[in-house]
Design a protein around this ligand. Structure first.
Ligand code: IMP
Length: 433
């Protein structure tokens, strides 16, 4: 098995960073294939916490090669900041490659993101305001600046000669008193190009060669299935293809290359941003999940909306990604809840809905139909440690029932169970299969 894709099955924030880092132990390459610095990965090494937005999670494992694929939109200023920070903390960056074809987030993208969010009123997605949508719009409209353009003064200047007056006109129409300076943008982005030049390359070639050599390549999804531009909760999702198929486009590999797709399921649901959320909890149980789960955006710090696990969402993710295995994360966060609910289907005007709908009005009026399971108590750090050492069998009976419920409802094998943010807080189920 050499090409493995890891995707989120919900609305992002499933804990993919930790899981990618876990699988990265046996991988040679870790590749990001979509999104941008709207993502936020938290990884704990020992007691140190690292938060990344753009760098692939494998960056902390020194011997791994990490790749930012063509499908990622790159904010070079943020990327350089992350590289500087990580170097300061003792990590050498030798093995990073960035696609020459990746589109660049420009200053006007960030400005337009904020303005358009305001104008969209009830249709706003609650974006991260990182310029993601406007950058992907420009890419598709062929107004984009690509990483390769940052390496040549004449190329970038020519593009900016065309782009700046257009973007200025848009800002003027929006009534914003903002002056875009071609000179400043050219200088700043050429300087970024100079610093990043050594990493910029044809990453599709690199990855395909690695796969030919039977290297293990991990494709690290950002966000989650239900934020996908085509398959997510449009227009409240993000602007890239977050599902497994996105790995082909965003890394430049053929579909036949992919050997396995792993879906990460958080044991409950969270959402940062707007849009319908059928299993949302506005009471103390929602507070429990937010507090115990530390559900505050890694990128924006916003409190996340929290609710019960929704199998309608997960089954959809199993279908559109064709998942070979599931990883359950943050199950420890449910500890202390007397009863735990899981949504098995929705009800809308007397009709049972088993498949996640495209109609957002309908979704907003769906009532979740729940199964209720018994919860389990709190366990101390030592008790968790003991259980993890002993493995799955040692877990509380009601937790095992919850895990079995997910397995049965999806028909997909559960490969890992994560019970905490650190690498060792993981139960590997592969010996049970
Ligand atoms: P954008 O990707 O910044 O344009 O935001 C679009 C929507 O996706 C908003 O609702 C964001 O809150 C959400 N979003 C973007 N990135 C993430 C992520 O990494 N985790 C969770 N939600 C995200």
């Amino acid at each position: 098995m050499s090409a493995i894709v890891i995707v989120g099955t919900q609305w992002g924030d499933e804990g993919k960073g930790k899981i990618t880092d876990y699988y990265a132990e046996n991988a040679d390459y870790v590749v990001r294939f979509q999104g941008g610095n709207n993502a936020g990965h938290t990884i704990m090494v020992g007691d140190e916490t690292f938060k990344f937005h753009l760098l692939p999670s494998g960056i902390l494992r020194k011997e791994k090669k990490v790749v930012i694929g063509n499908g990622v939109v790159v904010d070079p200023i943020i990327l350089l900041k992350e590289l500087t920070e990580i170097k300061k903390r003792g990590f050498e960056i030798k093995n990073l490659s960035i696609s020459d074809r990746a589109n660049v987030i420009m200053p006007y993208h960030k400005i337009i993101d904020s303005i358009e969010e305001k104008l969209k009123k009830e249709f706003k997605a609650g974006t991260t305001k990182r310029g993601i949508g406007p950058c992907f719009s420009d890419k598709i409209a062929r107004f984009g600046v690509r990483m390769i353009d940052l390496l040549e003064k004449e190329t970038l200047e020519k593009k900016l000669d065309m782009l700046i007056p257009i973007k200025q006109k848009i800002l003027d129409i929006y009534g914003e008193n903002i002056n875009l300076s071609k000179k400043d943008i050219l200088e700043e982005y050429l300087a970024c190009g100079k610093k990043l030049r050594r990493y910029v390359t044809d990453t599709s070639l690199l990855i395909n060669n690695a796969l030919d050599e039977k290297k293990i390549v991990l494709f690290e999804g950002a966000q989650g299935t239900h934020l996908d531009i085509d398959h997510g909760i449009y227009p409240f999702g993000t602007s890239s293809n977050t599902i497994a198929g996105g790995a082909c486009i965003g890394a430049g590999i053929g579909p036949q290359r992919i050997d396995r797709v792993i879906g990460v399921v958080k044991a409950y649901t969270s959402r940062v941003g707007t849009g319908p959320f059928p299993t949302e909890l506005d009471d103390e149980r929602g507070e429990h999940l937010r507090d115990k789960g530390g559900e505050y955006g890694t990128t924006t710090g916003r409190p996340r909306r929290c609710g019960w696990l929704d199998m309608v969402m997960i089954r959809f993710a199993v279908r559109v990604n064709v998942l070979n295995a599931l990883v359950i994360t943050k199950i420890d966060v449910l500890s202390g809840l007397k009863k735990i609910k899981v949504c098995k289907e929705y009800e809308h005007k007397g009709r049972i809905i088993r498949d996640f709908p495209a109609d957002m009005n309908l979704l907003a009026n769906c009532k979740p139909i729940y199964d209720e399971l018994d919860g389990w108590g709190y366990y101390s750090k030592d008790e968790w440690e003991r259980m993890i050492k002993k493995g799955y069998e040692a877990l509380p009976e009601n937790m095992k029932r919850y895990i079995n419920y997910i397995q049965k409802a999806t028909g997909v094998e559960i490969e890992l169970i994560s019970v905490g943010p650190r690498r060792w807080e993981t139960i590997d189920m592969r010996s049970y299969h």
